[in-house]
Write a protein that binds this ligand. Structure first.
Ligand code: 5AD
Ligand code: SF4
Length: 459
């Protein structure tokens, strides 16, 4: 046993890159280290422990880690001159994929800990305090991790809750199956316990997270008979928890969008009308070469089915331009798909060649200027769609969950059901409540509206 009291009053800085799963993991790391006396600092300067929670999805994201490490090396040396130690940990997907390379390139890094092993941070820290050797922990121990992370503190009215990790889909461009491992679903009872604990602390909206969240499956809750549950059943079950008013989930895969989930989207009011359903490309040839396992037609049909179950649903997606072999006419098919679907928001990227993935070895890599041009055209179209979706809210009254205070005096920021930020003049006492807001205008990245008084809302 280590004496935790000796460790009190230490400061911890965590920098998070990449996806929401990393945001969740960073919160959990902070939670794990709190009992050891670490409190969060808002800058790395002078911190006792700095964690970089990294992303490996595109080359740019991975390279950022090494430049940040260069800056930390100096801060660590500054601290050492004062006779104090700064420990540096690299966590997340770069740690998983490039562990030995990190310790070779940056010998001053004390710990390298993969996304399935960070629950062991307290032990690793104790080891790092004892010796100066490199500590590399990149086992896949997902079940153990979830067990160890059972308790947590809420940070506001919305919270992420990881229910599934890893991916078995092996899209040929993607590192995730290698960095996060095989698909693993958390058990329903553990998820419900975490959701209840969050609700008891004032959380009103939970976002269920997973790399392929709609591949989630688990035996029914303890004591209940029947077949394995899917995400639709889980959402309906979580909707019964008092205090939980809104449920979201991300990221979904078109192949796992089953009828049970679509029916739940249509029937369960607490499920928000927003779906992130990446398609990546609109050409069947490219989809095949990406190993997506579906055609463009299948995807568009799926969207139609979802829209007939939940007509107001906002659709979001991810796109990659310039996948190896993508021709100008393949790219036109991506634009045609975007026109057909009409997205409320989307993320789009230039293909990035990732070591170890099948795509990296494919012939006919697309030249960078070509990728730039395609990305610009795609983003212009997606941006037009986003703006017109936002404009279409003007004049509507939307239920808004108030999440935080705004930048201006007397302003609060909330979320619409469609995940748009909404700026409203309201008192801080509205924090955590859901109230009707009449949308009066839009700014580049948000909606602006006024609170509707109860009697007006009822009228
Ligand atoms: N290059 C570019 N974008 C990628 N993504 C995943 N791998 C790559 C890559 N090698 C994108 C996909 C995915 C999102 C999380 O990141 O669009 O849905
Ligand atoms: Fe990567 Fe494809 Fe798995 Fe998504 S479904 S995490 S893009 S391999």
């Amino acid at each position: 046993m280590t004496d935790t009291r000796q460790k009190q009053g230490k400061s911890l800085f965590i920098r998070t890159y990449g996806c929401q799963m990393n945001v969740y993991d960073s919160e959990r790391m902070a939670g794990l280290l709190k009992p050891l006396g670490y409190s969060l600092a808002d800058a790395p300067d002078g911190a006792d422990l700095v964690i970089l929670n990294t992303c490996h999805i595109r080359e740019k994201a991975a390279e950022k880690v090494y430049s940040e490490l260069g800056r930390l090396k100096k801060l660590k040396a500054d601290k050492a001159r004062q006779g104090e130690a700064m420990k540096i940990a690299v966590a997340g997907c770069v740690a998983q994929a490039e562990g030995p390379e990190i310790t070779a390139r940056a010998g001053y890094v004390d710990m390298v800990v993969g996304p399935q092993a960070y629950h062991r941070l307290p032990e690793l820290l104790a080891r790092a305090a004892r010796d100066d050797g490199d500590i590399l922990e990149t086992d896949f121990a997902v079940d153990e991790k979830f067990d160890r992370l059972a308790e947590r503190e809420a940070e506001g009215p919305t919270a992420f809750l990881t229910i599934q990790e890893g991916c078995d889909k092996f899209c040929t461009f993607c590192v995730v199956p290698y960095t996060r491992g095989a698909e693993v679903s958390r058990n329903v009872d553990a998820i419900v316990a975490e959701a209840r604990a969050l609700a008891a602390q004032g959380v009103r909206e939970i976002t269920l997270l997973g790399q392929n969240v709609n591949a989630w499956a688990s035996p029914p809750p303890a004591g209940e008979a029947g077949d394995a549950w899917g995400l639709g059943e889980l959402c309906r079950h979580l909707a019964k928890i008092d205090g939980i008013e809104r449920i979201r989930f991300t990221t979904s895969h078109p192949r796992d969008m089953d009828d049970g989930l679509i029916a739940a989207l249509g029937e369960e009011e607490k499920l928000m009308p927003y779906l992130h359903l990446p398609v990546q490309a609109g050409s069947d040839r490219v989809l095949k070469s990406m190993n997506r396992g579906h055609t463009a037609e299948h995807y568009i049909g799926l969207i139609e089915k979802i829209r007939s179950a939940r007509p107001d649903i906002a659709i979001s997606g991810d796109f990659i331009v310039g996948f190896p072999g993508e021709t100008a006419s393949d790219f036109e098919e991506t634009l045609a798909l975007v026109e057909a679907v009409d997205y409320s928001s989307a993320y789009s990227f230039k293909y990035s060649r990732r070591p170890g993935t099948p795509g990296a070895a494919m012939p006919k890599q697309v030249a960078e200027p070509e990728k730039d041009e395609r990305l610009a055209r795609l983003q212009a179209l997606l941006e037009r769609q986003r703006q017109s979706f936002n404009e279409a809210q003007i004049g509507k009254t939307l239920p808004v969950l108030f999440e935080k205070t705004g930048r201006h005096e007397g302003q609060m920021v909330g979320r619409s059901p469609y995940l748009q930020s909404v700026h409203v003049s309201a008192s801080q006492s509205m924090l955590g409540s859901i109230a009707p807001v009449k949308i009066e205008g839009i700014t580049p990245n948000a909606l602006a509206g006024v609170l509707v008084k109860d009697n007006e809302a009822a009228a």
